[in-house]
Design a binder for this molecule. Structure first.
Ligand code: MN
Length: 397
């Protein structure tokens, strides 16, 4: 499709067919909204002369709705991909090296789903070896839980090893102390722009009217806390200590060439959950542990698609707010090298992961750095980057 006049940008994954949004600040100046192109950020408030982008988060822009998202993308694209637009944009391009990248949006509510059939089946085999791999409800709706938005943190934030009640071994009493089974979960997150009123269900076909774009998520998980607390009300403190989010929100409009039909579903979902458009996404994730690729989870293998997640999330009439974030759940493919958590990669510690430096990991060690990155096919036929979300484990306080 289009290419940009910004030198080298199209080869970085941040060319004219990506144009993700984020929040940046220059020394001494308040944060504001920008669009990334190559290794530069376009100061939108200045380039478009629109104060909505002077806000320290994307939220006011998200609240404007899908018509405004599309017209803004067209304007920015016109500036960065045409010679006529160049004079208006060029003075407002700032090298990334001169700015600090912030959290892109203020998270309203946070929900985490469980939409990978391979991940759910692996978890079933590990935790409930004597039962069916999938819970009875799993193929009938996307399973999820409400998380803690206040501890959603930007990429780069250190993650302090959580403390809590650890599952007892062999039916004894629980211990209390730093988690001994700290894990990551490589996920994709969806950012809600347009709110709804109480009582209304968002139809599957309205997904792109409400969801602005996509981020990468690491849902850090303390498996020993989780195993002890989860019955009967679901995840609680084993998840809520930190959830990391990538800095650049890639608009759905940049992912047109990554859209796929989505995995076949059996049984056919109930009518309110039936797909009416292709919102499977062919995103190629990588998980690095201390710089070494340990997994390549394929988002294309997910069972429930994000349009179905949004509809199910609102099917009881729960309203949406600008800035709501919902994540897919751990992305795992059918192959061993495609598993999106250490729980699966080490089979709960039974088969530790061997790293290139000779060390082994059943779960994360203090000092470990986990980085989840992703790419997708761009509208121009090249590859676009969804950036990365990274975090380093610090010892318990
Ligand atoms: Mn999760």
């Amino acid at each position: 499709m289009s290419t940009t006049w910004v030198p080298g940008a199209d080869a970085t994954g941040y060319g004219a067919d990506n144009l993700p949004y984020g929040v940046f600040s220059r020394a001494g100046a308040p944060p504001r909204v920008g669009v990334r192109v190559g290794d530069l950020v376009l100061d939108l408030a200045a380039a478009l002369d629109d104060p909505v982008f002077s806000a320290p988060s994307l939220n006011p822009f998200l609240a404007r709705g899908s018509t405004a998202w599309r017209s803004t993308r067209a304007k920015v694209s016109g500036m960065l991909a045409s010679a006529e637009g160049r004079p208006a944009a060029e003075p407002h391009l700032i090298p990334l090296a001169e700015v600090e990248i912030r959290a892109p949006f203020e998270v309203a509510d946070y929900v985490d789903f469980y939409c990978s059939i391979d991940h759910a089946a692996n978890a079933g085999r590990i935790f409930r070896p004597d039962s069916a791999e999938l819970p009875r409800n799993w193929r009938h709706h996307p399973v999820g839980y409400h998380g803690r938005s206040g501890t959603v943190v930007p990429s780069g934030t250190h993650v302090v090893r959580p403390t809590g009640q650890r599952a007892p071994e062999d039916g004894g009493a629980p211990g209390y102390g730093p988690s001994e089974r700290l894990d990551f979960e490589a996920e994709v997150g969806f950012v809600v722009g347009t709110s709804t009123s109480l009582g209304r269900t968002v139809p599957v076909g309205d997904f792109a009217e409400h969801v602005f774009g996509v981020v990468l998520v690491n849902d850090w998980s303390a498996r020993d806390l989780q195993a002890w607390e989860t019955t009967p009300l679901g995840p609680f403190l084993g998840k809520s200590f930190a959830t990391s989010v990538s800095p650049w929100v890639v608009p759905l409009d940049a992912l047109g060439a990554a859209r796929i039909a989505g995995r076949p579903q059996d049984p056919e979902p109930l009518p309110y959950l039936r797909r009416v458009a292709d919102w499977g996404l062919d995103l190629a994730l990588t998980v690095e542990l201390n710089g070494e690729v340990v997994s390549r989870p394929p988002y294309a293998s997910m069972y429930w698609t994000p349009d179905q997640m949004l509809t199910h999330l609102t099917s009881n009439g729960a309203s949406l707010r600008t800035g709501d974030l919902y994540a897919s759940g751990t992305v795992s493919g059918p192959e061993r090298g495609q598993r999106g958590s250490l729980l699966e990669l080490s089979w709960a510690g039974a088969d530790p992961l061997r790293l290139a430096d000779g060390s082994e990991r059943a779960f994360l060690a203090d000092g470990d750095t986990v980085t989840v990155a992703a790419t997708a096919r761009g509208m121009g036929g090249g590859t676009i980057s969804l950036g990365e979300v990274t975090g380093t484990v610090r010892p318990a306080l």
